[in-house]
Ligand binder design. Sequence first.
Ligand code: GTP
Length: 306
Amino acid sequence: MRKHKAVTLERRDDGIYRAGFACFVGRPNAGKSTLTNAIVGQKIAITSSKPQTTRHVIRGILHRPDAQLVLVDTPGLHRPRTLLGERLNDLVREVWSEVDVIGVCFPADEPVGRGDRFISSEIGALKAKVIAVVTKVDLVDQQTLAQRLLAVSELYDFAEIVPVSAVSGHQVEALTDVMVRYMPESPQLYPDDVLTDEPEQVLIAELIRESALEGVRDELPHSIAVLVEEMLVEGNLTRIFADLYVERDSQKSIVIGTRGARLKEVGSRARVEIEQLLGRKVYLDLHVRVAKEWQRDPRQLRKLGF
Ligand SMILES: Nc1nc2c(ncn2[C@@H]2O[C@H](COP(=O)(O)OP(=O)(O)OP(=O)(O)O)[C@@H](O)[C@H]2O)c(=O)[nH]1
């Protein structure tokens, strides 16, 4: 995933080392997290077929001999209905003002819509170079792709428009090349071996959250938060104690399932992922707790890391 030989040789000719920050934005489900993972080559952001599951700003770092690309993964911008929604939007704007390149993602398998127009109208006055990324091109035929590219080009004066598929890998390298081209000349920003600067606990909490969201009803995603309370390393084993917060008792029963069957599934699925992340054996202890209306309560939000 991180081999960019041909490109690297070409870049090195100009002898300039570039480094900087980039982020992908776009409507929910546009494929931002999957693309971030495809570029960095390791599962660091959380993907899900449910919209708006990426909450924390997670950075993935692409290291090349000629450049370093720091990817900042933001939650989707949306109409805020709760305090959490407002904070998420503030966070998105903060990230946008700090990056060198913004890649606006448009899923090739859906027509350009109101959400896309809204986002394109919000990115105008920033210092960053704005490029368009047409994602999931493996899902459409050439004709549909051509229509999308045209519709996207009419939305905004993008510096570039790059069609990609994070799943097949098509054009992912070309995309990183374009992004690197817009990075400023800069010394290396992070040491070679750093892939993300998110603390382990946050990544683990996100993996648990992703697992808990699988197969639940559409209204639940925003109501689940996960907090890793404790991690104990014992020889080859890491014991993790985590709390899964929901807003109402009824949601608690959904998450737990009949005689705890669902929670057990959530736990085993998450454990496999966490073991992959840590490269160690994991014992996972999950508790479901009700924090009434946590999304509207500043104290609870702070406790849960927002
Ligand atoms: N076929 C195909 N599916 C993709 C591709 N990229 C992403 N997907 C799928 O699209 C869905 C959404 O992808 P995500 O990466 O979670 O999208 P996102 O934009 O980060 O979503 P939010 O966090 O909700 O904003 C997932 O089910 C992915 O597997 C792609 O290149 N091809």
